[in-house]
Write a new protein. Structure first.
Length: 362
């Protein structure tokens, strides 16, 4: 048995199967969190009893998905999830996507939809993660600190992956997903804003190796108020407006500007006569209820041709950072020392831990 197999068995045993070690096409390891399929009405009061979109790929429901436990690093052009590393930052959306897909079949950049499922799970279970949102510590729980891995202006900026306390994980245990609040933003795949119109790659289809997310791709779909997916530019699709200082879900924009504007996620509003369909709540693009989001922010540019999402916040966002913070200000070409990423892997239906006798598959 290789040392990596020993590592895999140890990680699975210590976590009770919640974590595992998965290998790319050159046999190099990443520590991953196994997420069982989630049902929407278990996450959102009043939702239908249907599988959350983050677990649907090309109309096939996935029983489990693996998400990087840590912000990724890049070694030999491939992404890896490993503890106590300085997160890879200063890379464009395309560079992040390429580093994930280069790992082999089944690997991809975190789907926007899957992040939404995790965020809703945290809120439902009372484990909204703390994190590095105040130069190395949590702005509210100031005694909680991570290990500095990068400084800016003489202050702690990035902290080493997984170096914070258990509350910095999505389930408030060491076996959860680390650093979803602050540290560095996460690029996500499968969603964009185009001149204020909300567009998605349906469900988790962005995990397909052949999914085309280029600017002119026909795989992008807009959303109507009844939740149906239609060709972008269709009359009556959902958009973001700014009304009385609030991000407002609408079908007709009254205040469009190529600039960043926003407010707290829970303060988002509905234009007269507009309802928020379930899919927007599932993706955490509109609040499922009116409270409990702990000041997490929502920031948009509704006057630019294409804006891609980063989620979670960074080391200096303070109380605005968090698992529900979505920033739709940046083009896909942006890079910054405070923007990172993490990879995900779709799993075959028969995947089990090694200790259960069946090898992993993609």
């Amino acid at each position: 048995m290789s040392n990596f197999d020993d590592m895999k068995l140890a990680v699975e045993a210590l976590s009770g199967g919640k974590n595992t070690v998965l290998f790319d096409d050159i046999g190099m390891p990443s520590i991953m969190v196994i997420l069982p399929k989630m049902i929407s009405n278990a996450l959102i009061t009043g939702a239908t009893e249907t599988t959350h979109p983050g677990f649907i790929l090309n109309n096939v429901e996935k029983e489990k998905v693996a998400l990087s436990k840590y912000h990724n690093i890049i070694v030999n052009s491939r992404a890896y999830s490993l503890p106590m590393q300085d997160p890879k930052a200063s890379l464009t959306w395309q560079a992040a996507m390429d580093a994930c897909r280069k790992k082999g079949e089944g690997w991809g950049l975190t789907p926007f939809s899957l992040w939404g499922a995790v965020a809703l799970w945290c809120k439902k279970n009372g484990t909204m993660p703390h994190g590095n949102n105040n130069y190395g510590n949590d702005v509210t729980y100031t005694h909680e600190r991570g290990v500095c891995s990068y400084k800016e202006g003489g202050k702690t900026a990035r902290t080493a992956t997984g170096s914070g306390p258990a509350t910095w994980y999505h389930d408030h245990t060491p076996f959860g997903i680390a650093d979803l609040n602050g540290n560095v933003w996460d690029w996500c795949a499968g969603m964009r804003l185009v001149n204020g119109e909300i567009q998605i790659i349906p469900y988790a289809n962005c995990m397909s190796a052949t999914c085309d997310m280029s600017e002119g791709s026909t795989e992008w779909k807009a959303i109507k108020a009844d939740g149906s997916l239609v060709t972008p530019g269709t009359d009556g699709t959902l958009k973001y407006d700014i009304v009385s200082g609030k991000v407002t879900l609408c079908t007709t924009i009254t205040s469009q500007a190529d600039s960043g504007r926003g407010g707290t996620f829970e303060s988002m509003a509905l234009a007269s006569g507009v309802t928020a369909p379930q899919i927007l709540k599932e993706l955490a693009l509109f609040p499922a209820d009116s409270s409990g989001y702990e000041g997490d922010y929502f920031y948009v540019n509704n006057g630019a041709a294409e804006r891609f999402p980063i989620r979670g916040g960074n080391w200096n966002n303070g109380a605005n950072a968090g698992v529900f913070y979505t920033n739709l200000y940046n083009p896909r070409s942006n890079s910054n020392t405070n923007i990172g990423f993490r990879s995900a892997l779709r799993l075959c239906r028969t995947w089990r831990c090694i200790s259960q006798g069946i090898a992993p598959g993609a």
